[in-house]
Design a protein around this ligand. Structure first.
Ligand code: OGA
Ligand code: MN
Length: 291
């Protein structure tokens, strides 16, 4: 029998006043017909963060759904890729039998937009909660459209044409000291990681809305501005953007699939009791150069 692509009946429910929506009724393990895909895509663009509960996906199904949104990128830390499915990056405190970590254990414990240090950062990431601790390990998201729109007019004018420098190496080396498990970057990994310079305010390619595009994780310098003055301005923008009133807190349940739009959201992992396992698998969809 050939598979029939039946339209799935979906309900979209907002998760907070500022961002996030839950899609109810989708089964991503099945191939999606175009109309169902369009509904999900539209909800994603609208909400900035999309939550699909109870998705029992194999790594291959996770990859197949992710690819509907564009080509996937493969992370540079190849020891943390899913064996045989390199499009999947593992974030986990689980260890291999010989004691080596299976994935990033403490990824993203700071506000960031994924891989903003590359010329063409991903449009978004799809994180699958395979094993979730009983408490903690929430992921925070903040709405960077709102962050931009609520800036004082004088600040908007000041940053209108500014560009900022983003780097993984600068950030990684700063954070490595705090982490025993993430390892170090090899010289070859470092060589592949050049800095990227992006506009401080970007226009979302699908909505046309402006969003603030600097993040505490990777943005470390304002271009064309005295060092200290640039730092003060960056800190001011970070403090503004990360206010609780712009946030949605995601409390994970097993098999949640959470898809965030890197172009208009930052996110932040939180801690948990590491006597429990938190095992997540992520795909990353390629995106455009910010303009
Ligand atoms: C990520 C990330 C946050 C989390 O996967 O890019 O930052 O809560 N994850 O695991
Ligand atoms: Mn991240």
């Amino acid at each position: 029998m050939t598979a029939v692509l039946t339209k799935q009946t979906l309900t979209i429910r907002p998760l907070s006043d500022v961002m996030g929506a839950e899609v109810i009724g989708a089964d991503l393990a099945r191939p999606l017909d175009d109309a169902t895909f369009r509904t999900i895509h539209h909800a994603f663009i609208d909400a900035g963060v999309l939550v699909l509960r109870d998705q029992r996906l194999t790594p291959e199904q996770h990859v197949a759904f992710s690819k509907r949104f564009g080509p996937l990128s493969i992370h540079i830390k190849d020891e943390f890729l899913y064996p045989g499915v390199p499009e999947i990056l593992i974030l986990s405190n689980r260890k291999h039998p010989d004691g080596r970590p299976m994935g990033f254990e403490d990824a993203g414990r700071y506000w960031h937009s994924d891989m903003s240090y590359v010329e063409e950062p991903p449009l978004g990431s799809l994180l699958h909660g395979v094993e979730i601790p009983p408490a903690g390990g929430d992921t925070l998201f903040c709405n960077m459209y709102l962050a931009y729109e609520t800036l004082p007019a004088a600040t908007k004018a000041r940053i209108a044409n500014l560009r900022a420098r983003h780097s993984f190496v600068a950030s990684f080396e700063g954070k490595t000291k705090a982490s025993a498990t993430r390892g170090t970057l090899t010289e070859e990994q470092k060589r592949k990681l050049t800095d990227a310079i992006h506009p401080v305010v970007r226009t979302h390619p699908e909505t046309g809305r402006k969003a603030l595009y600097v993040n505490p994780g990777f943005t470390f310098k304002m271009e064309g501005m005295a060092e200290a003055e640039g730092q003060v301005l960056l800190e001011e923008l970070f403090a503004h953007a990360t206010q609780e009133r712009f946030q949605y807190r995601h409390r994970w349940k097993p098999f949640d699939l959470v898809f965030w739009d890197n172009r208009c959201a930052m996110h932040h992992a939180t801690t948990y009791d590491t006597h429990y396992i938190r095992h997540m698998q992520r795909t990353t969809v390629k995106g455009d150069r910010p303009v």
